[in-house]
Write a protein that binds this ligand. Structure first.
Ligand code: 0X9
Ligand code: ZN
Length: 436
């Protein structure tokens, strides 16, 4: 974490708190009780710097929308850090605003379940709710048994997770296991709390298989390409967010640290753990941070699984798609700094058209640009690695619904938006596949 240690020591001396209080405020133990959700729109460089200081130096600060000049930042702060943070921000001339007094209360209102909209009978997945890891595994096996001629392989990636789970992948192909067709790779669920991502992956697989014989787009998608899809790349983190509303906002994997300052803490940000300018931008060196990149590139089994599956087919892989939430964006490469691949014009043009296709379905507008233009630089991301590490020439990252301004929904997208999200992403991904 940039400059963290010195600042953290100063804070600890100035505002030492009783251990009991620290325990109470540790999300590992007590969830988000009395955590405040704040917003602030920086209108000067000084205010922006203050927000960046809070993001980088205040332990446990969780930015749902990152600081950008003249844009509203939204972030969660634990009660023991509240006064410090208000002080820092007000000193800069800013006017932080409390959006919610108790984030735990927000989390305790569950994502609603809805009646599934009548879908064609051959669909397999129930899109009226978010599913457990076990149910997702079952769906993958059902895809294989119901469509043996289109699903040559449902398998387990080579590395077990820290909690001993399998990471599954599915291969869709009209040519069987030894196919040499061009391939497209989709990764979902790398961040635990972004539940809409695996749900959209499942919808995409389901629709591709169910409509291959009846819909000309699906036919083209499978006749022209093989698809390798990891619908739940971080099952430990995902199950952790499902285990209690107190853990609903967990982002990382569940690596447990057992030594030094980190002893007893958990988690590496898997989208900072790839070998793409690893550890340089958008990361924190504190293992308690949500952007801790791990001890080295590919230190984590979950990122190695994506690496290994991509490397198996990299010679025929023509596109890599990473799916996250939230803020309605299509992020073009690179994320690690301001440099761009030589075909950036082409990637942007295809992404703009994919954005329009998406918009035409349910009028949800996605913004297209690089992370540096729209959010922040961040190193070690999977889509950057697919290009610089595996030589794939086309890669994008989606940030799904809701819009960035919708902090009250955020990562907790109601289940009645699974189906429309799937429908708009079907059009958008189809466009990329057939035009990249
Ligand atoms: O920070 C991230 O990993 C992504 N945003 S999220 O809110 N879903 O966490 C953006 C990733 C963009 N990719 C890279 N910067 N490599
Ligand atoms: Zn994410």
């Amino acid at each position: 974490m940039k400059g963290t240690l010195i600042f953290a020591v100063a804070l600890a001396v100035a505002y030492a708190l009783p251990t009991e209080n620290q325990e109470k405020n540790d999300p590992e133990r007590s969830g988000y009780r009395n955590h405040k959700l704040l917003s602030m729109t920086p209108t000067t460089k000084q205010q922006l710097k203050a927000l960046e200081q809070v993001e980088n130096d205040i332990e446990g600060s969780d930015f749902w929308i990152d600081p950008l000049l003249h844009h509203q930042a939204v972030f969660r702060i634990s009660p023991d850090k509240f006064n410090d943070v208000m002080g820092i921000l007000k000193n800069s001339g800013g006017h932080p605003n409390v959006l919610h007094e108790d984030v735990q209360e927000m989390m305790d209102t569950p994502e609603m379940q809805t009646q599934s909209r009548a879908a064609a009978t051959q669909y397999i997945v129930d899109n009226s709710q978010y599913h457990s890891y076990a149910t997702i595994q079952n769906y993958l096996n059902t895809f294989k048994s119901n469509y043996p001629s289109l699903v040559p392989d449902v398998g387990v990636a080579p590395h077990k997770t820290h909690d001993n789970r399998d990471v599954s992948y599915i291969t869709l192909s009209t040519n069987g296991v030894s196919s040499t067709k061009q391939a497209i790779f989709i990764e979902c669920g790398i961040h635990a709390r972004e539940w809409i991502s695996p749900a959209v992956c499942l919808y995409f697989i389901d629709r591709l298989l169910a409509t291959y014989n009846s819909d000309s787009t699906a036919t083209a998608l499978l006749n022209q390409f093989d698809w390798v899809i990891i619908p739940e790349a971080n099952p430990d983190g995902y199950e952790y967010t499902r285990s209690s509303t107190s853990n609903r906002l967990w982002r990382k994997n569940r690596r447990r640290f057992t030594t030094g300052n980190c002893n007893g803490y958990y988690g590496v940000d898997l989208n900072r753990n790839f070998d793409a300018m690893w550890g340089t931008t958008g990361v924190s060196s504190s293992c308690t941070s949500d952007t801790y990149p791990g001890t080295g590139a590919f230190s984590e089994p979950e990122s190695r699984n994506i690496r290994d599956k991509v490397n198996e087919i990299k010679d025929r892989l023509s596109a890599f798609i990473s799916i996250h939430s939230y803020s309605q964006m299509i992020l073009t490469p690179y994320g690690f700094d301001s440099s761009k691949p030589s075909n950036t014009g082409h990637i942007t043009a295809v992404s703009n058209a994919a954005r329009d296709k998406l918009y035409n379905v349910h009028n949800k507008y996605f913004t297209v640009g690089t992370p540096g233009e729209l959010l922040y630089h961040a190193s070690g991301g999977s889509y950057d690695w697919s290009m610089v590490g595996a030589g794939v020439s086309f890669a994008v990252t989606y940030e799904l619904r809701p819009a960035g301004s919708d902090w009250a929904t955020g990562f907790r997208l109601p289940a009645n938006q699974i189906l429309p999200s799937g429908e708009e992403m079907w059009e958008s991904i189809s466009h990329i596949a057939l035009n990249h």
